[in-house]
Design a protein around this ligand. Structure first.
Ligand code: GZL
Length: 326
C-alpha cells in the first residue's frame, strides 16, 4: 500500500479559502474559540527519551503560539489514538495533529475528520492509506536516510576488516514507520559489503527495557556478536546494560550504532560506550504550530516537511553535548 500524497496544493488552497470567511468563525465552528486556535494532539506515549523531548517541544510551542492544546497520551495503543481523534472531531477542534504509533489502520478515523471538515497534520511518523486528502502534510524525519546513514558508517568502519562482521538489530515498534524504514535504509547500506551480516533482528519496542531483554537473549544465542544496530538510543542503552552485565565492553567488544541523539545516548557515545549516532530531531513543536496556523487560515502548506538530521561520532558527541537542547 502506498502512502497517500496530499492533494495538489493549489486545489487544497482553493477549497480551504472558499470555506473560510473573514475573522473568527462563529462559536462552535473551527476557529470559533474567540479566535484562539484549538488543536487536538494524539501522542504515541512516553516510550523513550525522544518521545519525552518531542512532547515537551509540542507543549512548549503551543504555549508560545497561544494555541489551545488538547493533548492525549495513547500509552502506545492505536485504539487509544483512534478514540482520541474521534473525541477531537466531536469537540470540533480547529486542527488535529498526531504521531501514528503504526502505519496502518487509520482510514476510517481519518475519513471521519475529513468529513467533519477538520484538517489533520501527521507529525513524526507517517501512515499508509488508500484514501486521498485525509491529511494535509507529514512533518518528520526521513527514516530511510537515517537507517542508510547508520549503515554507511558501519560499511566504512569495517571496510578493511577481514572476515564476517556479525550484526544484531534491535527494531523499533513492530509496524511503526521509523522501524520499517530504518530497517530498509540500514539493509540497503550494508549490502555494499557482504561480510556485514545481520545474524538476528527483533523488536525492542523502542524502549530501554525492551532493548535490554532482546540483547540478553541475543548474547545467549550468539557466541560472536560484533555490532548492535539499535533503531533508537533507548534500546541501545538497554543493550549496553546487557553487554556490561555479560562482562563485555560496549563500544569496544561489541560496537553500538543508534538513532535519535538524545542526551543519554550522546553521553554514552561521548564516553565511548556507543560508537555512532544518527540524530532524529524531536523538537518539531514550533514547525507544527506554524503549519497548523497556516492550514486553519486556509494558506497552502507543503505536502511533506522533512526535518533535517545530523550524525555524531564519539568526539563530536563530547563537543556537542554541552549545547544540546534534549
Ligand atoms: C522517530 C520516532 C521514534 C524515535 C524513538 O521519529 O518516531 O519513536 O526514534 C521513538 O525513540 O520512540
Amino acid at each position: 500500500m502506498k502512502r497517500s500524497r496530499s492533494a495538489i496544493i493549489g486545489i487544497a488552497a482553493v477549497v480551504a479559502l472558499a470555506g473560510c470567511g473573514s475573522g473568527p468563525a462563529p462559536a462552535g465552528e473551527p476557529g470559533g474559540h474567540g479566535g484562539q486556535l484549538t488543536m487536538g494532539f494524539s501522542q504515541v506515549g512516553a516510550e523513550s527519551g525522544w518521545r519525552t523531548a518531542n512532547t515537551q517541544s509540542i507543549q512548549d510551542a503551543a504555549k508560545a503560539a497561544d494555541v489551545n492544546l488538547k493533548f492525549s497520551d495513547a500509552g502506545g495503543k492505536q485504539e487509544n489514538q483512534i478514540a482520541a481523534i474521534r473525541s477531537f472531531v466531536q469537540q470540533r477542534v480547529d486542527v488535529i495533529a498526531f504521531s501514528p504509533v503504526v502505519r496502518t489502520g487509520w482510514d476510517a478515523v481519518l475519513l471521519e475528520a475529513k468529513n467533519a471538515g477538520i484538517p489533520v497534520i501527521l507529525t513524526d511518523r507517517a501512515v499508509d492509506t488508500e484514501e486521498t486528502d485525509v491529511y494535509r502534510t507529514f512533518v518528520g524525519a526521513d527514516f530511510v536516510a537515517e537507517g542508510r546513514r547508520a549503515g554507511d558508517w558501519v560499511v566504512q568502519r569495517h571496510a578493511s576488516a577481514p572476515g564476517p562482521v556479525n550484526i544484531v538489530q534491535l527494531e523499533g515498534t513492530t509496524g511503526a514507520d521509523p522501524a520499517i524504514e530504518r530497517n530498509t535504509g540500514f539493509a540497503e547500506a550494508i549490502a555494499a559489503n557482504p561480510d556485514l551480516k545481520i545474524i538476528a533482528s527483533q523488536s525492542g519496542d523502542f524502549t530501554r527495557s525492551g532493548g535490554k531483554q532482546v540483547m540478553e537473549a541475543f548474547l545467549k544465542a550468539h557466541p560472536k556478536i560484533d555490532l548492535v544496530f539499535a533503531q533508537n538510543d533507548d534500546m541501545g542503552l538497554g543493550a549496553m546494560e546487557a553487554i556490561e552485565a555479560a562482562g563485555l565492553k560496549p563500544g569496544k567488544d561489541i560496537e553500538i550504532v543508534a538513532i535519535d541523539a538524545t542526551h543519554d545516548g550522546m553521553a554514552a557515545l561521548a564516553a565511548g560506550k556507543f560508537n555512532y549516532i544518527v540524530e532524529c530531531n524531536p523538537l518539531i513543536g514550533p514547525q507544527l504550530m506554524e503549519l497548523a496556523a497556516d492550514v486553519v487560515a486556509g494558506k497552502p502548506i507543503p505536502a511533506r516537511v522533512v526535518i533535517p538530521d545530523e550524525a555524531f561520532d564519539s568526539q563530536q558527541a563530547a563537543a556537542a553535548l554541552p549545547d544540546r537542547k534534549y
